[in-house]
Design a binder for this molecule. Structure first.
Ligand code: XMP
Length: 432
């Protein structure tokens, strides 16, 4: 049975992704199209059963009201005109408190099959991957993050040892992360995994560099260099796996975003490398929660599938100022303790993101009746929906105390633990 699809046409709404996710939760696959999509393109979209024209506060572009091509109303497909406040006209249905009910009723009207599920996605994608790849070989930069891990697991299921994974350890990963990648992919799933210990290369290049943007650039650059070298050693590889997901490609054409920090993700490779290969992007139509569900269904461990967001430059942006091995170790160890204590206290999964960072200052302390100069460690914990704004949870005092005792007792050279109470804005989540 072909996959049914309901198209969402973006008429300036900022809720398209939300509506698409709701439809998918109700079992119907959904894709988002820009307002200027042609009737022809919609008509030919595989499995299309209905159209939602989704208006919103951004329906004005360059001073003009935008509108869809009215030809889409003549395709013979059920159309729901809907919108959030700001766009309501007489013929537009407003999304109420429970869009899920409205969507459910619309699905029934379109006659769409509710045949979208994690398993149906995996079955269809494995088949599609086998068809695309044939007997050729695929290369994948496997960071151990959710997206690249799920791509790896899907590719292993589809084409097994035609896949080669390269895992670069840049020395800025959290405690035991590289070990987990090796254990899961090499030992449990039997993947061809090339482990590259590039710790010295990265740390040597970063020595003495304190400007945050320069640090990010060096880490991004060096990663590409290492990957290029490794790829150069391999013969006969025509395809490159990428962990692109749907939010990376959904355009919100009317949004204007200012860049506060350049985000670098190890794994996002530059054009000149990507162009040498044919791309394999099995997750490009999935939202993050769907990616996690696929990973789970493919047997990846919970700790990998539920991993918190982690910057591409890793602990590099949490070891403030010029990175030293000594402070890097302190941030890695304190972060591991923090995560252990959060888990023990049942806070895992209740707080969106939490980690430690280490500033580049020391302060006076006392150990064994003598004066010491040691580093502080800062706890950062935030709740957020989209990482654009964030609030700070009121952590139980006992948990904070337990973490403080353990970090100052177990991590050499740390004499203070601070809790950052600043919401975003005005602070960003990471300190650099
Ligand atoms: P900020 O610090 O900008 O962080 O408030 C927002 C979210 O993004 C994560 N972050 C990154 N993620 N590459 C990433 O993939 C990066 O370079 C990067 N920098 C920050 C951060 O952890 C938070 O979740």
């Amino acid at each position: 049975m072909a996959r049914s699809m309901i198209a969402i046409v973006d008429l300036g709404s900022n809720q398209n992704a939300f509506i698409a996710r709701e439809l998918r939760k109700l079992g119907v696959y959904s894709e988002i199209f820009n307002y200027d999509v042609s009737p022809e393109e919609l008509k030919n979209a595989p499995g299309i059963q209905g159209i939602i024209v989704n208006g919103g506060p951004n329906h004005v572009l360059d001073g003009k009201n935008i509108d869809v091509d009215h030809g889409i109303y003549a395709l013979g497909l059920p159309v729901l005109k809907a919108g959030y406040s700001g766009s309501e006209k007489a013929d537009v249905e407003a999304w109420d408190e429970d869009p899920s009910k409205q969507l459910d009723a619309f699905i029934a009207k379109t006659g769409a099959e509710r045949n979208w599920s994690t398993q149906s996605f995996i079955d269809a994608e494995v088949e599609a991957l086998r068809k695309q790849i044939g007997s050729r070989k695929v290369l994948l930069a496997l960071s151990g993050g959710v997206d690249s891990s799920v791509v790896a697991a899907l590719l292993i299921k589809a084409v097994g040892d035609q896949l080669t994974c390269v895992h670069v350890n840049h020395g800025l990963l959290r405690k035991n992360e590289s070990e987990q990648v090796i254990r899961v992919f090499k030992e449990q799933l039997g993947a061809n995994l090339i482990y590259v210990d590039a710790i010295d290369r990265f740390l040597n290049r970063l020595a003495g560099v304190s400007d945050p943007e320069q640090k990010r650039m060096i880490i991004g650059d060096e990663f590409i260099e290492v990957f290029r070298e490794e790829a150069g050693k391999l013969d006969g590889i025509e395809l490159l796996g990428q962990g692109t997901i749907y939010p990376d490609i959904v355009e919100s054409g009317t949004k204007t975003a200012k860049i506060v920090k350049s985000h670098h993700n190890a794994g996002g490779l530059p054009k000149d490398i990507a162009e040498k290969f044919e791309l394999v992007e099995p997750l490009k139509m999935l939202f993050k929660d769907e990616v996690r569900a696929v990973g789970r269904a493919l047997g990846l461990p919970e700790s990998m599938v539920e991993r918190q967001p982690f910057p591409g430059p890793g602990l590099g942006v949490r070891c403030l100022g010029a990175i030293t091995r000594e402070r890097l170790e302190k941030v890695r160890e304190s972060d591991a303790i923090l995560r252990e204590e959060f888990e023990k206290a049942g806070l895992k999964g209740k707080v969106w993101q939490y980690f430690t960072l280490i500033p580049d200052v020391t302060s006076t302390g006392v150990r064994d009746d003598g004066r010491v100069d040691e580093y502080p460690v800062v706890i950062r914990a935030v709740n957020t929906v989209d990482a654009m704004t964030a609030s700070v949870p009121r952590l139980p005092w006992e948990v904070l105390e337990a973490i403080t005792l353990r970090i100052t007792g177990e991590v050499p050279g740390v004499n203070r633990v601070l809790y950052d109470l600043s919401p975003k804005p005005v602070a960003t989540i990471e300190w650099e």
